[in-house]
Every structure is written in structure tokens, then in C-alpha cells.
Write a protein that binds this ligand. Structure first.
Ligand SMILES: *Cc1c(COP(=O)(O)O)cnc(C)c1O
Length: 959
């Protein structure tokens, strides 16, 4: 094993930006003798842990990849024809390499800053256009977390839009079982009465209904009459559906549904043992202002040109907070981009061809089975056959598995087979052979072509889709791979991601997403596993999940963890469900109030709302800390209704509060539980453990602290970690049939048993390569980098809050408000001007309006930090010129930022500052310049004139 003698800690120095030398210089600048001394000054001694974490490693990249290959090898890759919401698909290689494996796409941040995000916004607009077109509804969002949670969101959207005052939501028993379980979990928190039944036997009085089309077991039912009846009763009709089927089936919007939801997984996104995949939601125009999740819309920029941005983006968590109707923050952007591009790549004809072929395979298998006396339960289907397997059921499963196929276990007498674009004639032969053997019939000779020509039925004539699909030119413009390659490149070039610049976003931890960490996720041994494959085939995943869970418990000091939540906000939701269930189990069901400091992230109150807790906001003091006296008063006031306190630590104000242990004690003494939002764990790993200093439950963001790339706004994984007394109340895990067993007190929060398991290799690889030593060092350098920026910028921009010894934690808030007083220049102007300097803006106006929050992370080198600091100092001087009256207060480089090439090349230059200052304020920019493709985007215009699909071609001509 010579390999392991190579520098095993080399990865640590690759992950951490500043070299030891640079760290020493930075320490001198901040005035600390050593890293250790700095951490002593920053972290309250009462919570500081000295002992190293009990983790193996650090290990080399080569070693860890070898281990993952071995773990992956314990998974068995069969052809999975299980269906149930997850289907085989071919990721077009041009999309695999140029999106999924391309850091220009996967390291981008959520497109809050539209001027540097036009590429991914266009890709998401394609996605929305694809969904609205295929569902035939008016508007679609750019993505939800999975089909199950999308169904739960449909249930609440329907409640807001229904005329009926009923409290009942009807769910067809023919929906995917895992969808029903997720909806059940959500309904309970919101006191919605769920009725699950067979719609053919009558639907009770209800405010809304969820149907599935085609049904989970494949049947295609005409829902027109039922929909009309439900509408007459004032109920909203939501429908879970499948976009591939809709290329040949009459669309929900055509037969009257108000809301359609589903997964876009089979548009080029691998199984990944259940995720990540992008779910969609489309609805009628009347519902659009209540739509959850992110909505991309078209607006105008300062020059009047068309430009995209997130529509209505500030409303949900940031404005409505405890009145928010959904807690969706991180969604599934990268996967939505892939699915939208799959439609661009195949075009309407290609998609139809895939759908027709899939359908024809199902018909041919039906006839092949008939030849051996095996019948199917219904004759109307798209891709899924429900087979009457009778007493041969077990034998068929065994024979199919031996032949390399997983089929869906429905009951002791029925099973289902779902086809997809990866299936072909060989599969028909193999399956008929397996069935024949199991039922004791000779294998018939199959002339597949003749059978195909003779096959009839399947899609009912009354439900055949009429008219063209995907009519927007974007879906017919790409024919060659050269064109596709250049289209993807052109879009990526419009955007700033981590492959070009630091993204100094407070609270979002945009650190290195190392290539080695990304490699295993596309290996078939991880990518090609169906979430409901038999357990014996998923031993590798179970090993990985086990090892990562142990490491996360060690890192956080908690006793148990669930990796099921698909985002941080879903982790919050799961954690609060656990708290609620715990109180109920202790006869304390009246505990329904959640205290949340005013500085909290908007998802906190939104999640509390979703579990039916009432939010009471507590104050922060002048230093940005939780106001302990106000907290004490609120605790006394709410009495035995106190369920939980939700705090973020270190705080969203970027400081380690000394009082944290005392605060936890106060809550416990009053019978409450402490929920610690773990989004800031990058300041704690290796130096303090929330599970040991007073908290009961936290979520972590693997897409922040543990290196899963942000993907332009998802995917994410938001594990929820708890102390032992809450372990029984972690999210329930459904079985291979998608059902929850009776003894699980809390339901699932995601459709797949282990959520977005497909990206867990990223975080595992990171932890393994860093080891205890590397993880601690990363935290220390993250804190050093933040203090270095704070120290160097303090003479130019006041740092709003500092903690012990005047230090900040891993991020700092720059106060722009005093500057605004004297110059009229605000945080937004500084943020937009940074784009002219080639930087992504910091977090704007969170947690304090009029400020910028900067989190450099450990991955940024001293050079990059200095480049950022130089830009900020140069911007301060530009502001000073306005303050001194040397530049106009309205017409200046800051108010007009960002500057596009077109602005600067205009024949008549009207501004009183030179073009060179606008474009090249620092000499280094002449060598390396990013050109924003649009000028400042007008958000309000787009919200007043909401357009959320690709504009028709004429509108481009106009511009
Ligand atoms: C990012 C973040 C969240 C939400 O996480 P998502 O994955 O986006 O849902 C919650 N709290 C804080 C403090 C965060 O920074």
C-alpha cells in the first residue's frame, strides 16, 4: 500500500484556500498570535471542545475514491421496471458532461442576483415553459423538491384557492403510496382532514382532491366528469401526473384540472436511489400568487431590454414569515435545468417518439403475456401494466430478478411492470421468458415486430392528446450536438459561479465543491439504483448512509440523524415534527408555541407554521444577540404552551453568543425544546457541538457545510439530527412498497426513503478526505478569513455586530446604512457595482435591511480575499466621490451598475464619469473581465406584469 504513504493530508491543503504562510500573515493583520489563539478569542470557552473528533482519516483522494468504488460495488444494479414515480432514463451525454459535470452550472448560487444569472434563469424558463405546455396549465414554477412534497404543496395551494369551506382533502388511493404518506404527514400538522379513497365509489364533500393520471398502477382514467362535479361543489382538482405520458395523453389542463404536479426525473435524471430530482407544479392563472417555490419571470432591465429574474421572490419567507404558506427555499434547480434541456435536446418529436415507443413496449408485453395465459388488470395504460400474477407472484419476482429485472411488488397476487426509454425488444423476450418459466408454460416464439404492428389499445382514444406540443421555438431550435454544446456554453457564460469568483454569501457557505467529491455520483453503482429496489441490492447505499450518519452524529454531538429531508427547510420541518410528537407522547399536546428571534432565517417561522405551531417573535438586543430578558418574559408569558425555541448558532448576525447555554437552560426549565438551526455549522465543526451544549435538535445543510454544490438553487440535503429522547420521532421510512408501518409515530417528509441519497457520496467523500484534523482546520480558517475581511474593511465599512473580543464568527455584516445617509448609495448599489468588478454580491438585507453579509469560507485564498477587499475599498472611494459632490448623486457608477458592454459602447456617452472607470475600475480587470449581459433588472415591473414562460418569438424581434 505505497499509495497511502503519499501525503494523505494533501486534500486538506487543496480544500483550504490560504497556505500556512498566508494564514500567518492574516493572523498578524487581525492581531492574533495563532489560529488557536484566535479561536479562543472567538468561541465562548463554555462550549469549546478540545478533544479531536473521533473520525477516521484524513485520507487521500485516491484512497477515498477506492473506498467509494468498493461501497458502490455492494449495490447490485439491475434493470428496474418498478415505476412508482421513478423510471429508467438516458441522460444525454451532452447534458451529463456540460451540465451535471460542469462547475459553471453546478457551483452557481440561487439566482437572487438576476444580472449575473441570466443563463440559468433562461434554462429555468425553458423548464417552466415545458411544464406549462405539457400540462396545458397557465403557469409553472421552477421546481419543488419531489413528487410527494409537491402533492403536499398542492393540498395547501388548493386550500387557499378553493371556494368550498370544507376542511376535507380527498386523495385518490390510486396515487403513489409514498405520495399519500407524505401528504398525510403534512395534513396532520395543518389540521386538514384527509380522506383517502376510490374516487369511482364517490368523493365526499371536500375543498380539493388529488388524483393521479396515469394512476400509480398504470391505469389511465378519464377524469372529466368527476372534475366537473368537483368544480360544481367549489372544490379544486389537483392531479399528479407524468410529463412523458402527457406527450401522448390529453393534458390535465385540457380536461379541467386546476393544479398539476409530478416529477421530471425521467427527463434525463438518473434514479440515484430516490433523488435528487426536480418536481414541478403548474396551475391556473387564478392560483399564481399563492404558488409555492421559485418562479422565474420576465421583466425589463434599466435599458428597457427584456431580462429574467425570480418573480415575487421576496414575498414568501422574507416578507410573510410566520404567515408564509410554504417553506421552500432551496429547490432542485440543477435537476430542473437538466430536465428542461432534455426537452430542448429531444424536441417535441423526439419526446413523442420516446413516449410512443415506451407505450408500444407495454402493449407488446401485454400480448406476450397473454400468449402464456397471464392477463393484465386493465386495458387502459401508458407505460405500466398491472399483471394478474396470482399464485405465481413470488416465482415471477424470483425469475425476473434472476434474469436481471426488478418488478413492482403490489400484492401477493399482482405485480406491475413499468417501461421507460431504456427498454427494448430484448427486455420483452427476457421478461416473457421469466414469466413463462414461473407459470410453468413453454416459452413462446415472439415475433416482436409483428406483435408491435398488431398491438392495439392502451391509450384510450378519448384521451389521446390532440394538437402540437412544445410549440415554443426553443424546443425545435437545436438539432445538432454542436448547437446544443454552444447553447449550453452560451448560457453558462452569462453567469457567475464559483468557477470564476468567490461568492461571498452570508449564511450560504459557498465553499469548494471538489471534483473528487463529485466523481462517484455519476457511477452507475450509485446513479442507477431505484429507491424501491429490494434491500439486498442496496447494501452499498445502506453502508454509505450508515457511515455518514455516524460521522454527522460525531460532528454535531447528537445521537441520531435522518438524511431524508431534501433541503434545510425540510430538515427544520422534520425537527419540529419530532418536537411536537415528543410533547404529545408526554401528554403535553398543548405545547404549540415556537419562539423565534427576529433575526431568524425566513424558513424558520414558515416551517413552524407548517407543523401547526404558533410563532412568537422574540427581540434581539443592540449587539445583535438574543435579548435574554425579552426571551425570559416571553417564556413566562406563553407558560405551558411553550413547545420550542428556534435559534441559529452562531447567530445570523455572525457572532457566537456567550449566553447560548443559559438560553437553552431557560427553555428546558420551562418544558420546551431547543431547535438550533445548523445552517451555520461551518463555524462549529471540530470546535463545538450543538448536541453537547444544550440543543435538542438541529438540521444541517449538506449543500452548505458539507460541500454538495448549490446547483443554482438546489439540490440540497438537510439532515435532521436529534438527541436520543427525540430519536423515535425522526421521519418515518416507507418500505419497498412505499408504505409506512404502523409503529412509526411520525410520517415521512420526502417521497424517497432516504431523500436525495444520490448526492450523499459528495459529503461522505469530503468528511473522509478531511478527517478530524482537516474539518477542524477548515472551521478555524473560515473564521480567520471572515475576521481578516472584517478587520481590513472596518475602516471603510462599519462591521455591524461583533462578539467576544470584537471578533466575528465565520461571516460579518457590513453596514451600508450610514453611507446611504451621506451619499444616497445603498446596499443594492454596492452589490450591483461588485458585478462590474467581477464579483457575485454578498447577501443583501438579511438579516438586517440595508446591510451586506459576507461569508468568505475557508476555501478562498488570500489572493482572492484581497481582490474582494480591494474591490470593496475602491467602491468605497467611488461612494466618497459622490459624498464629496464630485459625482452626481443619481447618475454615477454605482446607481448605474452593473454596466453592460452595450451601455459602454453607446455612441453618445451621456454620463459624467468616464467609460473606463465604469468598466475597468481596477487595472487587473483589463486582463480578466466579466461582462454582465443585462443592466439592472426592474423587479417591480416584472411582478406587476407577470410572465413566467418563454416569451413568444415576436417579443425577441421587438427588442
Ligand atoms: C440556508 C438556510 C436555511 C434553509 O435551507 P434550505 O436548504 O435553503 O431550505 C435555513 N436557515 C438558515 C440560517 C440558512 O442559512
Amino acid at each position: 500500500m505505497l499509495r497511502t504513504l503519499e501525503s494523505h493530508a494533501e486534500f486538506i491543503t487543496r480544500h483550504i484556500g490560504p497556505t500556512a504562510d498566508e494564514q500567518a500573515r492574516m493572523l498578524a493583520t487581525v492581531g492574533a498570535d495563532s489560529l488557536d489563539a484566535l479561536i479562543d478569542q472567538v468561541v465562548p470557552p463554555g462550549i469549546r471542545e478540545r478533544a479531536p473528533l473521533a473520525l477516521p482519516g484524513p485520507r487521500s483522494e485516491v484512497d477515498v475514491l477506492a473506498e467509494l468504488a468498493e461501497i458502490g460495488g455492494r449495490n447490485t444494479v439491475l434493470r428496474s421496471f418498478i415505476g412508482q414515480g421513478y423510471y429508467g432514463t438516458h441522460t444525454p451525454p451532452v447534458i451529463l458532461r456540460n451540465i451535471l459535470e460542469n462547475p459553471a452550472w453546478y457551483t452557481a448560487y440561487t439566482p437572487y442576483q438576476p444580472e449575473i444569472s441570466q443563463g440559468r434563469l433562461e434554462a429555468l424558463l425553458n423548464f417552466q415553459t415545458m411544464v406549462t405546455d405539457l400540462t396545458a396549465l397557465d403557469i409553472a414554477n421552477a421546481s419543488l423538491l419531489d413528487e410527494g412534497t409537491a402533492a403536499a404543496e398542492a393540498m395547501t395551494l388548493a386550500r387557499r384557492g378553493a371556494k368550498s369551506r370544507s376542511n376535507v382533502f380527498f386523495v385518490s388511493k390510486f396515487c403513489h403510496p409514498q405520495t399519500i404518506e407524505v401528504v398525510r404527514t403534512r395534513a396532520e400538522g395543518l389540521d386538514i382532514e384527509l380522506v383517502i379513497g376510490d374516487e369511482a365509489e364517490g368523493v365526499p364533500e371536500c375543498y380539493g382532491a388529488l388524483l393521479q393520471y396515469p394512476q400509480s398502477l398504470g391505469r389511465v382514467v378519464d377524469y372529466r366528469a368527476l372534475t366537473a362535479t368537483l368544480h360544481e361543489r367549489g372544490a379544486v382538482v389537483a392531479c399528479a401526473t407524468d410529463l412523458l405520458a402527457l406527450t401522448v395523453l390529453s393534458a390535465p389542463g385540457q380536461w379541467g384540472a386546476d393544479i398539476a404536479i409530478g416529477s421530471t426525473q425521467r427527463f434525463g435524471v438518473p434514479f440515484g436511489f430516490g433523488g435528487p430530482h426536480a418536481a414541478f407544479m403548474a396551475c391556473r392563472d387564478a392560483f399564481k400568487r399563492n404558488m409555492p417555490g421559485r418562479l422565474v419571470g420576465v421583466s425589463k432591465d434599466a435599458l428597457g431590454n427584456s431580462a429574467m429574474r425570480l418573480a415575487l421572490q421576496t414575498r414568501e419567507q422574507h416578507i410573510r414569515r410566520e404567515k408564509a404558506t410554504s417553506n421552500i427555499c432551496t429547490a432542485q434547480v440543477l435537476l430542473a435545468v437538466m430536465a428542461g434541456m432534455y426537452a430542448v435536446w429531444h424536441g417535441p418529436d423526439g419526446l413523442k417518439r420516446i413516449a410512443e415507443r415506451t407505450h408500444r413496449l407495454a402493449r407488446v408485453l401485454r400480448d406476450g403475456l397473454a400468449a402464456i395465459g397471464v392477463s393484465v388488470a386493465h386495458g387502459e395504460f401508458f407505460d405500466t401494466l398491472l399483471v394478474e400474477s396470482g399464485t405465481a407472484t413470488d416465482a415471477i419476482h424470483t425469475a425476473a430478478e434472476a434474469a436481471g429485472y426488478n418488478l413492482r411488488r403490489v400484492s401477493n397476487t399482482q405485480l406491475a411492470v413499468s417501461f421507460d426509454e431504456t427498454a427494448g425488444r430484448d427486455d420483452i423476450v427476457a421478461l416473457v421468458t421469466a414469466f413463462a418459466g414461473a407459470v410453468g408454460k413453454p416459452v413462446p416464439t415472439l415475433d416482436i415486430d409483428a406483435m408491435d404492428a398488431a398491438a392495439a389499445g392502451g391509450v384510450p382514444d378519448a384521451l389521446r392528446r390532440e394538437g402540437p406540443i412544445l410549440t415554443h421555438p426553443v424546443f425545435s431550435s437545436i438539432h445538432s450536438e454542436t448547437d446544443m454544446l454552444r447553447y449550453l456554453r452560451r448560457l453558462a457564460d452569462k453567469d457567475l459561479a464559483l468557477d470564476r469568483t468567490m461568492i461571498p454569501l452570508g449564511s450560504c457557505t459557498m465553499k469548494l465543491n471538489a471534483t473528487t467529491e463529485m466523481i462517484p455520483i455519476t457511477w452507475p453503482s450509485f446513479a442507477a439504483i431505484h429507491p424501491f429496489a429490494p434491500a439486498v441490492q442496496t447494501a452499498g447505499y445502506r453502508t454509505l448512509i450508515g457511515k455518514l450518519s455516524v460521522a454527522l452524529c460525531e460532528i454535531t454531538g447528537y445521537d441520531a440523524v435522518s438524511l431524508q429531508p431534501n433541503s434545510g427547510a425540510q430538515g427544520e420541518y422534520a425537527g419540529l415534527l419530532a418536537i411536537r410528537a415528543y410533547h404529545r407522547a408526554n401528554g403535553q399536546g398543548q405545547r404549540d408555541i415556537c419562539l423565534i428571534p427576529s433575526s431568524a432565517h425566513g424558513t424558520n417561522p414558515a416551517s413552524a407554521q407548517l407543523v401547526g405551531m404558533q410563532v412568537v417573535v422574540t427581540a434581539c438586543d443592540a449587539q445583535g444577540n438574543v435579548d435574554v430578558e425579552d426571551l425570559r418574559a416571553k417564556i413566562a408569558q406563553v407558560g405551558d404552551r411553550l413547545a420550542a425555541l428556534m435559534i441559529t448558532y452562531p447567530s445570523t448576525h455572525g457572532v457566537f453568543e456567550d449566553a447560548v447555554a443559559e438560553i437553552c437552560g431557560m427553555v428546558h426549565d420551562a418544558g420546551g425544546q431547543v431547535y438550533m438551526d445548523g445552517a451555520n455549522l461551518n463555524a462549529l465543526v471540530g470546535i463545538a457541538r450543538p448536541g453537547k451544549f444544550g440543543s435538542d435538535v438541529s438540521h444541517l445543510n449538506l449543500h452548505k457545510t458539507f460541500c454538495i454544490p448549490h446547483g443554482g438553487g438546489g439540490p440540497g440535503v438537510g439532515p435532521v439530527a436529534v438527541r436520543s429522547h427525540l430519536a423515535a420521532y425522526l421521519p418515518g421510512v416507507v418500505d419497498n412498497q412505499g408504505r409506512l408501518s404502523e409503529d412509526q409515530p411520525v410520517g415521512p417528509v420526502s417521497a424517497a426513503p432516504f431523500g436525495s441519497a444520490g448526492i450523499l457520496p459528495i459529503s461522505y467523500t469530503y468528511v473522509a478526505m478531511m478527517g478530524a484534523e482537516g474539518l477542524r482546520r477548515a472551521t478555524e480558517v473560515a473564521i480567520l478569513n471572515a475576521n481578516y475581511i472584517a478587520k481590513r474593511l472596518a475602516p471603510y465599512y462599519p462591521v455591524l455586530y461583533t462578539g467576544r473580543n470584537d471578533r466575528v464568527a465565520h461571516e460579518c455584516i457590513l453596514d451600508i446604512r450610514p453611507i446611504k445617509e451621506t451619499s444616497g448609495i445603498g446596499g443594492e448599489d454596492v452589490a450591483k457595482r461588485l458585478m462590474d468588478y467581477g464579483f457575485h454580491a454578498p447577501t443583501m438585507s438579511f438579516p438586517v435591511a440595508g446591510t451586506l453579509m459576507v461569508e468568505p469560507t475557508e476555501s478562498e485564498s488570500l489572493d482572492e480575499l484581497d481582490r474582494f477587499i480591494d474591490a470593496m475599498i475602491a467602491i468605497r472611494e467611488e461612494i466618497a466621490q459622490v459624498e464629496r459632490g464630485e459625482r452626481d448623486r443619481e447618475d454615477n457608477v454605482l446607481k448605474n451598475a452593473p454596466h453592460t458592454a452595450a451601455m459602454l459602447l453607446a455612441a453618445d456617452w451621456q454620463h459624467d464619469y468616464p467609460r473606463e472607470q465604469a468598466a475597468y475600475p481596477l487595472a487587473s480587470l483589463r486582463q480578466n473581465k466579466y461582462w454582465p449581459p443585462v443592466a439592472r433588472v426592474d423587479n417591480a415591473y416584472g411582478d406587476r406584469n407577470l410572465i413566467c414562460s418563454c416569451p413568444p418569438l415576436e417579443s425577441y424581434v421587438e427588442v
